[in-house]
Design a protein around this ligand. Sequence first.
Ligand SMILES: *[C@@H]1O[C@H](CO)[C@@H](O)[C@H](O)[C@H]1NC(C)=O
Ligand SMILES: *[C@@H]1O[C@H](CO)[C@@H](O)[C@H](O)[C@H]1NC(C)=O
Length: 401
Amino acid sequence: MLRVFLIISSLLFYVAHGLIDQNSPTYGSHQLITYVVDWDIPKVIPWSKLDHIAYAFAVPDRHGDLKEFDGKQLQQVVQNAHEHGKGVSLSVGGWTGSIYFSSLIRTSNNRRKFAKKIMQAVEKYDLNGVNLDWEYPNDPNGISCNRKHPKDTDNFLAFIQVLRKMLDEQYPDEHKLITAAVSARVFKDADRNVIENLDEGWADFMDAFYIMAYDINGAMSNTTSSNAPLHYGVAGEHVSVESSVQEWLDAGIPSHRLYLGVPFYGYTHKTLQHMNQHTGLNVALDRSIEQIKGDEHDGYSTDPCPGAKPTFSGEYQWRTIEASGIAHNASGWVTYWDEKTQTPFSYHKKSHQFITYDNPSSLRLKSQFAIEKKLGGIMLWSLEMDDDSNSLLNAIQDVRT
Ligand SMILES: *[C@@H]1O[C@H](CO)[C@@H](O)[C@H](O)[C@H]1NC(C)=O
Ligand SMILES: *[C@@H]1O[C@H](CO)[C@@H](O)[C@H](O)[C@H]1NC(C)=O
């Protein structure tokens, strides 16, 4: 009965939404979304191979003022994008930029104030959407000084409704997108458990959920595992792309509102035993040493919370993996394919070093998965990490119709 009701109500909504879209279309299409980061904007943006840019990050301070991004550069990106018929969203928050979300949306007064500040940015930068990247509502994951509240998830939805209304009133001729970058696990309830049935408002008011189906294993794992397994998460709670998409679907979000997030990077660490095709993943990592440095782009840094210790992330970007020959078995590296997770890994025997990442083969499979599941499209983090011939971006073009 509930199922039937859900199907009917989502059909009704689909019709209503279709009408809304007809009256006020979204600027350009929205199937392949690439994040760009303001600290490393690609010199050449391959406009013909993407639909929409999410520009990261504007960080809200305790008053909700959007800080820490390069406004001049954003203006340039928006202008270029519009010349190519592509839209741009400003991404608000991020891993270290989510400290104040909870308090900024806690009361209706706060919600209106914060929504107005976002409206000002939409106006000033001629944006086509807003991407909310709160990592994460009422969730023990995230940096230690993030504000939290049992009602975070409900308040977040209430905030989206306020923002939707303001955007629709201000821009009757263009449907400005409201999207969220979300965890591989569904939003949490007051007790920090995964919500099994999300409020229907989420499907009605959020244009797209960009599922960050990466960082699933890596920094905290005790054994070698896949950063972004398509199937079968090796460690911990066995989270994978497949389980994650299913969890969001089961919670009531229609497939066309879900976007599969894919990484253009992976992680490295040292192992205690050697790896090869026979061992596969799940080999013990050396946790007695500190996180080793990833590629040349990895910095020794700390989050903004009091008492935070600096560390490397161990991140290895695809452009480095490609250029240094790791992907081609050069310089002592051997690259294997893990059948269970459908992702590659590379191993350097002499230095006991392991890297998990995605390559064109694993991304083609993910793109196929997104099509089979009738998802809205693919989001990627992030464009500058691709190689010069856009091997990864090329591998996911199938999702664009
Ligand atoms: C890793 O091992 C340590 C020590 O046995 C344990 O406390 C921790 O929970 C493990 N971490 C994971 C992610 O399994
Ligand atoms: C690298 O070596 C492995 C193991 O011998 C092999 O399976 C793989 O195909 C090689 N990759 C390349 C790109 O030559």
